[in-house]
Design a protein around this ligand. Structure first.
Ligand SMILES: Nc1ncnc2c1ncn2[C@@H]1O[C@H](COP(=O)(O)OP(=O)(O)OP(=O)(O)O)[C@@H](O)[C@H]1O
Length: 649
């Protein structure tokens, strides 16, 4: 137990003695009120009149002290400041439990200003610790406001409470029963989609733009797929089929950041069109940042060769899609293409379109011949961008925008260069579980007419997700993780055998690290300790095959009824990865445990990682490892505070 002394007394002693500047007393007080008296890195003494500029990283080693004139706001601080000085972001329509502009966030903004002033002027806040605790909550809310757009502000009336209003076509109603069971009720974001997206104009030049934003595992895939597929089915007869030499001429595109997610979404879409008999094609390969240099591009082009062959194999496996030139064969064209933007662009422009021919090639007189285009875009009526915050992130934005421009040009409405307001000649639906401030301001600037639909729990952890913070013991961290894994499985054993299989249940655990080399090192450690596991990183060779087979072993495990407990123990029950798999993938109900072993880089990352469990109302548990006590614990304790704020309802 830390020694608790009256903090006002401590404060005045430290300030008067010059050990502590009054500029940081508020931070000290927040810490004190929360945990007893610890001098943390954040509250450590700063000479009077100076600002502390923190470099990314933890603890004091990354900070340097600057004079007032030297202080430069970080890009994030600048962004927040700029955002504040500009017009408010677009408005959201929320599903339920709505209220006017969040008073908490208003108070938080005010408080942030007060805190900022205090740190400059050396004023002190109220000495009452309960008030300080309230202030701490608000300060944390204010920090979260810097990361996300939380300006939910519009009240709406009644929303559809079943999937029969508006009526689904019988084929889709049947598929929904097959997929979700007969009693499924729409989630809030699905209710909003039922209200707005089923009335998208058909066969007209009135194109709409929507943003669907709701917490992880809240059913966004159905929210956009169902109206999209119904639109495609309804317009199927009237859609024209201009002769084309190109193999693929889809009527809609769903874009996702990873090929794992593209695979999963296309499988899901195929289940939904089982009775409606629409044609869904998945074409994907691992995405690379569009800002990657020549080296990155060259590498991805090489990887491509593997994927093309795997892709055709996969089509054979599913037996649903044969990619043939439509104009030549007269085959019915693809209705929906699910893809990564990189792969889609490659199909449009031809393999190697972005290849940079290096000097060595030129010297050797080698000729590079890019591939031929395979996909036409004239017929595209609707584009969905899943995980929009990633695909509009500066790393991927160039590729995404190039593809959207290509579609516009192919449809006869090229996007004017440097256009401020962009109106694409197709319906555009963006979805994400997190709306960073940067995406929000981009949309406000370029898509002012976009309608934002948000669930009331956007930017909150799912209610069914339990969070536990575990402190490192100070010894070998991999051993700490191993111990915790064994504890999960020991708890499973206490629950006895599964009544369905008659075998001992053994939970599957998804472990997130920040770096690929940590993934590999942890995987090796666990393997050496007799814990079979799957490791997956962005450049891992298992991804090159273009299917999700590398995940299947972990997700499905030993399904054979006759498998023994020993066999079950030998199959991997831990999947170790980076944020690569934190986006969109649905492991429910298999995965109920998530371990976050490296501090998440930001709360957006945290929400997505944690959100791989506790999905669709299932119980889930996320274990966050960190240094929670003593010197250098400031970063991890602030993560803990923010996580608590994200769990608050
Ligand atoms: N109305 C519903 N009732 C019950 N389960 C549902 C419903 N809608 C979707 N689900 C199930 O919820 C799970 C999560 O859905 P989905 O993957 O679409 O979530 P998401 O909101 O896209 O999550 P993320 O933000 O992580 O991408 C899926 O297993 C899906 O089958």
């Amino acid at each position: 137990m830390p020694l608790r002394l009256p903090h006002v007394l401590l404060e005045s002693v430290f300030v008067k003695s010059g050990i502590l500047s009054s500029t940081c007393t508020w931070r000290l007080r927040l810490q004190y009120a929360h945990r007893g008296f610890h001098l943390s890195a954040a509250a450590a003494a700063t000479p009077k009149g100076k600002y502390r500029q923190e470099k990314p990283g933890r603890g004091r080693s990354g900070s340097k002290t600057l004079s007032k004139t030297q202080f430069k706001p970080t890009s994030r601080t600048r962004l927040v400041r700029d955002l504040k000085s500009k017009s408010p972001t677009g408005k959201y329509e929320v599903a339920r439990n709505t209220h006017g502009p969040s008073s908490a966030s208003k108070q938080a903004a005010t408080l942030k200003e007060i805190l900022k002033d205090d740190s400059v002027n050396g004023r002190t806040n109220s000495p009452h610790s309960h008030i300080v605790l309230g202030e701490q909550k608000l300060a944390i809310e204010a920090l979260l406001d810097e990361e996300f757009d939380r300006s939910i502000s519009k009240i709406i009336g009644q929303l559809p409470e079943s999937f029969s209003s508006p009526p689904l076509m019988p084929s889709f109603a049947q598929s929904m029963k097959d997929v979700l069971g007969p009693d499924a009720k729409p989630t809030p974001i699905q209710s909003l989609a039922l209200k707005h997206l089923f009335s998208l104009p058909r066969n007209s030049k009135d194109w709409n733009q929507f943003l669907l934003a709701s917490e992880t595992g809240s059913g966004k895939s159905i929210a956009y797929l169902l109206p999209l597929l119904q639109l495609l089915k309804e317009t199927e007869a009237s859609a024209t089929y201009p002769p084309s030499q190109l193999a693929t001429n889809p009527r809609a595109l769903v874009l996702a950041p990873t090929h794992e997610l593209s695979r999963q979404l296309s499988t899901f879409a195929k289940a939904l069109v089982h009775h409606a008999k629409l044609r869904v094609l998945c074409a994907s390969r691992a995405n690379v940042p569009s800002t990657a240099g020549a080296r990155g591009r060259g590498r991805s082009a090489r990887q491509m060769m593997h994927v093309v062959s795997a892709l055709s194999n996969e089509n054979k496996v599913h037996g649903q899609i044969e990619v043939q030139p439509q104009g030549l064969s007269g085959a019915r064209p693809i209705d929906l293409l699910v893809s990564t933007p990189v792969k889609a662009l490659e199909m449009v422009r031809g393999w190697g379109w972005d290849k940079v021919v290096n000097e060595e090639w030129e010297r050797e007189g080698r000729i590079f011949r890019p591939g031929k285009p395979e996909m036409g875009l004239k017929r595209v009526e609707c584009v969905v961008i899943d995980e929009a915050d990633i695909l509009f992130d500066p790393d991927f934005r160039e590729t995404t925008l190039t593809l959207l421009s290509d579609i516009s040009a192919a449809r006869g409405y090229p996007v004017p260069e440097n256009a401020q307001t962009i109106n694409y000649p197709f319906h555009l639906i963006l979805t994400s579980a997190t709306i960073p401030a940067s995406l929000s301001s981009y949309l406000t600037k370029h898509h002012p007419s976009l309608t934002r639909l948000a669930s009331p729990n956007l930017h909150r952890l799912p209610a069914t997700l339990h969070t536990e913070h575990v402190s490192w013991t100070g010894g070998n961290r991999y051993a700490d993780i191993e111990r915790r894994l064994r504890r999960v499985w020991a708890e499973d054993a206490l629950r006895g055998t599964d009544p369905e299989t008659g075998r001992l249940r053994r939970s599957r655990v998804l472990v997130f690290c920040n770096r690929s080399n940590s993934v590999d090192a942890l995987g090796e450690h666990l393997e050496a300790k007799g814990i079979p596991n799957v490791t997956l990183t962005s450049m891992g060779s298992s991804r090159a095959h273009g299917s999700n087979r590398h995940l299947a072993g972990f997700v499905k495990g030993t399904e054979r009824q006759e498998a023994t407990d020993a066999e079950e123990r030998e199959t991997p029950h831990a999947l170790i990865t980076t944020s690569l798999l934190s986006r969109g993938l649905d492991f429910s109900p298999t995965v109920q445990h998530v371990f976050i072993v490296d501090s998440p880089r930001n709360m957006i990352d945290f929400l997505h990682r944690a959100g791989r469990s506790g999905r669709a109302g299932e119980h889930g548990k996320v274990v966050v490892f960190g240094k929670l006590k003593g010197r250098g614990s400031g970063f991890d304790t602030s993560v803990k505070d923010k996580v608590r704020a994200l769990s608050r309802r």
